[in-house]
Design a protein around this ligand. Structure first.
Ligand SMILES: *Cc1c(COP(=O)(O)O)cnc(C)c1O
Length: 423
């Protein structure tokens, strides 16, 4: 007896779901490589890598083997007062890959806590130094997670109404464009005369939840440089962009100005088990290093640096650095640009954009984020064996790096036929 969809409805409350309008969930029984299998025996190409996590493919044999062996050695241990080899090895490996100024890693278990910790680090950094800075700066339409600090800095707040009165204080700036950058910098310069901004959090180059909106690296660098000169802690939220998706290990690799803090999760553990890391520079760390206990960062989660998660992350990093995976990333980027040439002038397509293996196109129609056409597009893709989640009028692809050319072709043709649905 499976019948998962029906049994699910009895006790389960799903994320980001209005159950009255969307009561039915699809039972997934298996995943392998780029494919998901449902309980009726149908298969779907995972066109968004299960929310940007399973980039090396589902149930990857190499990662599975490593995690299985770790499971038999050390499953879980308190990370306060104890340490273990998977965490130490991961720290040594990850610090090599992160931008050169990153020195310390703080572990947690999801993207929201990674940014929450980044925010707390920035606020306490100034507090410990005796400076009164309590305001955060963020991009309009940024997304940083669903806990209170993360929600506060997220600009996509249509559904945050019940909580807005409890948010921390945040000021927003637009993403830089060639047209607005000079005005933006001038306004910021003026604003920074008041020394009360603690930190600036941003998704570098690609704003994921804002439907893969992309901005230019040069403008962002100029903003970061100005903020750093004025003592503002810069926090790169690379929860989505990290681990190869933008064509480099991290999006911050494409910027000359490096952040003080970096938030990582999602593909960090290759979609196998949850984990997150907030990394920072020696300068940030030193503001907490003191004879006074209270100057420490008193934040901790029970599953901090879980050995299985650290092992999955280590195995994932090895795969990411392999010549084979790097070739896959280049292959997919190239394939998307070929598809782009073909589709960008289609009368139903308003504009397209690409960064590494992330590809997005906007339809000419305006639509609600969770509206009717969105549902029809979603169903169309599923009928064609492709799992894509349109965001508003944007259709985007963020497929696993191991997606084959044939599978990419199936995603492209499902998108082409979906354009016929657009009125
Ligand atoms: C998904 C995401 C988060 C939140 O991560 P969760 O693991 O879902 O809490 C934060 N920031 C960005 C940029 C994300 O894409």
């Amino acid at each position: 007896m499976k019948n998962l969809s029906k049994r699910d409805q009895k006790h389960i409350w799903h994320p980001l779901t209005q159950h009255k309008l969307h009561p039915k969930m699809l039972g997934i029984v298996k995943a392998k490589g780029a494919l998901l299998y449902d309980e009726n025996g149908r298969e779907y190409i995972d066109g968004i890598s299960s929310w940007y996590t399973s980039v090396y493919g589902h149930c990857n044999a190499y990662i599975l083997d490593r995690v299985y062996r770790q499971m038999q050695q050390l499953d879980q241990v308190v990370f306060s007062g104890f340490t273990h080899e998977p965490a130490v090895l991961l720290s040594e490996e990850l610090i090599q890959l992160l931008p050169y100024n990153q020195e310390k890693l703080f572990f947690s278990d999801n993207g929201s806590t990674a940014t929450e910790i980044g925010i707390k680090m920035a606020l306490q950094y100034h507090f410990n130094r005796g400076e009164k800075r309590s305001i955060l700066l963020a991009f309009e339409d940024g997304f940083h997670g669903d806990t209170f600090g993360a929600m506060s800095v997220s600009g996509l707040s249509v559904y945050n109404g019940p909580f807005e009165d409890f948010f921390i204080e945040v000021e927003r700036i637009p993403v830089p464009t060639e047209d607005n950058i000079e005005t933006l910098l001038a306004q910021l310069k003026e604003r920074l005369k008041q020394k009360n901004i603690a930190g600036f959090i941003y998704e570098p180059l690609v704003q994921g939840a804002a439907a893969m909106q992309m901005h230019n690296a040069q403008g962002l660098c100029r903003i970061l440089r100005l903020l750093k000169l004025n003592g503002v802690i810069t926090i790169a939220d690379e929860v989505m962009t990290g681990f190869g998706k933008t064509g480099t290990f991290f999006a911050s690799d494409q910027l000359t100005v490096k952040p003080d803090i970096i938030c990582l999760s999602k593909a960090l553990t290759a979609g196998m088990v949850p984990m997150a890391i907030t990394s920072c520079t020696q300068r940030v760390y030193d503001a907490f290093y003191s004879d006074e206990i209270a100057k420490g960062l008193f934040h901790g989660h029970t599953y901090t640096a879980n050995p299985l998660a650290c092992t999955a992350a280590l195995a994932g990093l090895e795969l990411l650095q392999s010549a084979e995976m790097q070739a896959n990333i280049r292959r997919i980027s190239k394939s998307h640009s070929v598809f782009d040439k073909k589709i960008k002038n289609h009368p139903k397509v308003a504009r397209t954009r690409q960064c590494g293996i992330i590809y997005a196109l906007d339809l000419v129609v305006e639509m609600e984020r969770y509206g009717n056409l969105r549902d029809r597009l979603f169903d169309h893709f599923m009928d064609h064996g492709v799992f894509l989640r349109p965001l508003g009028n944007t259709i985007y692809i963020l497929a696993p790096y191991i997606t084959s050319d044939e599978q990419l072709g199936r995603i492209y043709s499902a998108i082409e036929s979906a354009l016929e649905l657009v009125g």
